[in-house]
Design a protein around this ligand. Structure first.
Ligand code: SF4
Ligand code: MG
Length: 325
């Protein structure tokens, strides 16, 4: 497995005022393999969007490293290098209404990246490329001269996807690309993203607030809580055998389609709200809501460790030094 993205102790803090720092992303470490879909989930405010934006260098990191195809993309680079990274890494946004300029035609929206990177010389070639992209995402030539407001939510997301694909990227950060869409449309967009991944050899970081949404599209899943990664596993293993109490609670909340056939998991209800990332709890940041919290959880931050092959967790229950049973 080739690592396309290597994230090392990445932090993104926002200074709110002289006293308060929002630790949106507070030291996450993981890899994304070439050609896979890595699902990143957590409740709103857990830092997953900020993580996605910092990884792709839309935000400057506060600390830590991101290697992309073996190069550290948070170091100082020439303008040409930055253009190269910007072309290879694209984003699909949550809100297909807000992310498309309402005054631009679909063809100009889609061709914007192509224009910026000077990839095409003639007008005819440019139109050709726009038609090709429209076809790729299931739209047609007649749509090229229209404006975003003339389309449905699902069609607008297709336009957003065509725009991202226009420059032939390798890696796409999809920030909740289906959350704003009707349930009936969500599967269509997921299927389109899967088809494009196969055809174009794309790697996805797929961000979602809900584990059930990433279940079918992701090869591996990472769960974030309060700016930290708490667990990463292969998708099927995460559902079968979640280790972290937070993941266990999230999975127990997913409705089982056919309870007579599937093993029913006891529903774990989490008490209380997510604490503020400006003033997170000491020790394990999940301890204020964890049904299994121990004394050590108040004092000691759990280590990020590979519990078994390809299954990472940050919880004292899996550390022989602290386990009480
Ligand atoms: Fe719960 Fe402690 Fe594990 Fe944190 S480290 S998830 S508080 S058991
Ligand atoms: Mg978000």
């Amino acid at each position: 497995k080739e690592k396309l993205v290597e994230v090392r102790d990445l932090k993104k803090h926002f200074k709110l005022d002289r006293k308060h720092i929002l630790k949106a992303v507070d030291g996450i470490t993981f890899d994304i393999y070439r050609g896979e879909t890595f699902g990143l989930v957590g409740e709103s405010g857990c830092g997953k969007s900020t993580a996605g934006r910092t990884i792709m260098r839309m935000y400057d990191a506060t600390d830590g490293e991101v290697d992309y195809a073996g190069e550290n993309i948070h170091q100082h680079y020439s303008k040409a290098d930055l253009m190269r990274f910007n072309k290879s890494i694209q984003m699909i946004f949550q809100d297909p209404y807000a992310s498309l300029n309402p005054r631009m035609t679909v063809k100009d929206i889609i061709a914007e990246g192509v224009d910026i990177h000077g990839l095409i010389k003639t007008r005819a070639e440019r139109m050709e490329r726009v038609y090709e992209l429209l076809d790729l995402v299931g739209l047609n030539k007649d749509h090229a001269s229209r404006f975003p407001h003339e389309f449905s939510g699902g069609q607008r997301q297709r336009i957003g996807i065509a725009r991202a694909l226009a420059v032939n990227p390798d890696f796409i950060v999809a920030d909740e690309p289906i959350s704003a869409l009707d349930v009936s449309i969500q599967a269509q967009i997921v299927n389109l993203l899967k088809k494009l991944q196969r055809e174009q050899g794309l790697t996805y970081l797929f961000i979602a607030h809900d584990l059930s949404m990433v279940k079918h599209i992701s090869d591996r899943v990472g769960v974030m809580y309060l700016g930290k990664m708490v667990e990463i596993a292969k998708s099927d293993e995460m559902y079968r055998e979640p280790l972290h109490p937070y993941t266990q609670a999230l999975i127990s909340a997913i409705p089982v389609p056919n309870p007579s056939r599937e093993r029913t998991r006891e529903r774990i209800i989490l008490e209380g709200d997510v604490p503020s990332p400006v003033d997170p709890p000491s020790g394990c940041s999940f301890r204020t809501r964890c049904p299994l919290a121990m004394d050590v959880c108040v004092e000691v931050v759990p280590e990020w460790r590979e519990h078994k092959e390809d299954h990472w967790v940050a919880c004292h229950l899996y550390d022989e030094r602290y386990r009480e049973v």
